[in-house]
Design a binder for this molecule. Structure first.
Ligand SMILES: *Cc1c(COP(=O)(O)O)cnc(C)c1O
Length: 417
């Protein structure tokens, strides 16, 4: 954009702070786009990468394997829901989703009952590659590409705290819609794709665990695979290791990325059940999943991820503490006339600026709030009129207290239309 502000040059990061060229310190309340969970400059992860780089920086991940990938896989399988037994490596969240959709499609092909249509959710965001854009086509970001995208069927995401009928009614309505779609579709659906518990880019919209449990049984009874896009919700964000563990549900396919390496290296994993995996086994290449990337399972990234998981072991207490702090500090936001729908899920809190317009990513008030907060040394990136906090887990009570009081100041000064 011609009127975009100049870039701020970041020169150093430490803990929750980013330091700029001009010496300013900024509190990173978006964990640098949701990836950084242990704070900036974590030495343990930095050293793990350094040591691995001296040992083996990269090797083709076809017909070769290596220790960091194997220990990461073993460690992930320990914490993932039991049903997930096999992992496929790639290098970013969009690709993790792309791979999940391709696996779902080929699963049915390999079984001799091809199905290639997907059910997705309004407000869903799954990444910027073509398949991921197709799944998130309702998000409003992808209009220039609409002719390139493949068709999907979209159902409402029953989010808490929004206007309209009761949550129970909304959930029932969505499940009914899915059932009707599935019963009317001759060729059937390959999979249902959802961001479990929280839709991230769609505005931190939260749904109930109970809904996911019902969705799980429905997808089973309709013989449709269930894909959880946990690219944002993974690794503690929801207060548990994963949204699946938090909600006691298990998908057939799971997508992980963002926080997997603690925010140090690009890496992604798509996990599947044994049943899905077995549909790809054959004596020849006829059922093979032909998908690979040059940097698949990069050893430096895997080493970073193992180090991050080591640190995460000590974190479950932190998740609980952060939820409690959000709720405590958020108390005043709940009753503030300039806000609505304050909500918390694990380490994430969110609320809307109470504008007359409907909640929307394109509501300009968010940009004003962002600028006001940045002046106060707080980095937040509102999604339209939705403001949220997604801090690194190491944030202290005092730091979080400061953020909430800066938000209070901002609310005092901001004009809503
Ligand atoms: C960020 C995100 C993606 C895309 O991940 P990238 O690494 O940015 O490609 C996919 N799904 C969800 C839920 C995300 O939040």
């Amino acid at each position: 954009m011609k009127n975009a502000p100049d870039h701020r040059k970041a020169v150093r990061g430490e803990g929750c702070y980013l330091f700029l060229e001009d010496g300013r310190a900024i509190l990173d309340m978006v964990s640098s786009w949701w990836v950084n969970i242990h704070g900036h400059g974590n030495e343990q992860i930095a050293e793990a990468i350094y040591k691995q780089a001296l040992q083996l920086e990269h090797v083709i991940f076809s017909e070769f394997s290596h220790a960091p990938a194997e220990s990461l896989a073993a460690r992930l399988l320990e914490i993932l829901p039991n049903k997930i037994e096999h992992l496929f490596f790639s290098d970013n969240g969009s690709t993790a989703v792309e791979v999940a959709m391709k696996i779902a499609c080929q699963y049915w092909w390999n079984r001799g009952t091809p199905k290639e249509r997907f059910i997705v959710f309004e407000g869903g965001y799954h990444g910027d590659t073509v398949g991921a854009m197709s799944a998130g086509s309702e998000s409003g970001f992808f209009e220039p590409f609409s002719k390139l995208l493949f068709p999907v069927d979209t159902v409402p995401y029953p989010a808490v705290g929004e206007s309209g009928e009761s949550l129970e009614a909304k959930e029932a309505n969505t499940l009914d819609k899915i059932e009707t779609l599935a019963r009317n579709k001759e060729s059937g659906y390959a999979a249902i794709l959802i961001e479990p518990l929280i839709q991230g880019a769609g505005g931190m919209r939260m749904c109930r665990p109970l809904f996911l449990q019902k969705l799980k049984s429905l997808s089973e009874s309709l013989d449709i695979l269930l894909i959880f896009d946990e690219v944002m919700t993974g690794f503690g964000r929801t207060g548990s290791w994963f949204a699946s563990t938090a909600s006691n549900t298990c998908p057939d396919i799971i997508c992980l990325s963002k926080a997997i390496t603690g925010g140090f290296m690009p890496l992604a994993v798509t996990g599947t059940s044994a049943e899905v995996f077995e549909a790809f086994l054959a004596d020849d290449g006829s059922r093979t999943f032909y998908h690979g990337h040059s940097y698949t399972a990069n050893p430096l990234a895997c080493a970073a991820a193992v180090a991050s998981l080591d640190i995460l072991r000590a974190c479950p207490e932190r998740f609980e503490n952060m939820s409690a702090l959000h709720l405590k500090f958020g108390d005043f936001l709940k009753y503030h006339h300039k806000t609505r729908n304050f909500r918390v899920q694990g380490t994430i809190s969110a609320f809307e600026l109470n504008t007359k317009k409907e909640n929307s990513y394109f509501n300009p008030v968010g940009r004003r709030a962002k600028a006001m907060l940045l002046k106060r040394g707080i980095l937040m990136r509102p999604l339209g009129n939705t403001l949220y906090l997604m801090p690194p887990y190491i944030i202290t009570k005092e730091e979080l207290e400061r953020v909430y009081s800066e938000i209070e100041d901002m609310l005092h000064g901001i004009e809503l239309d």
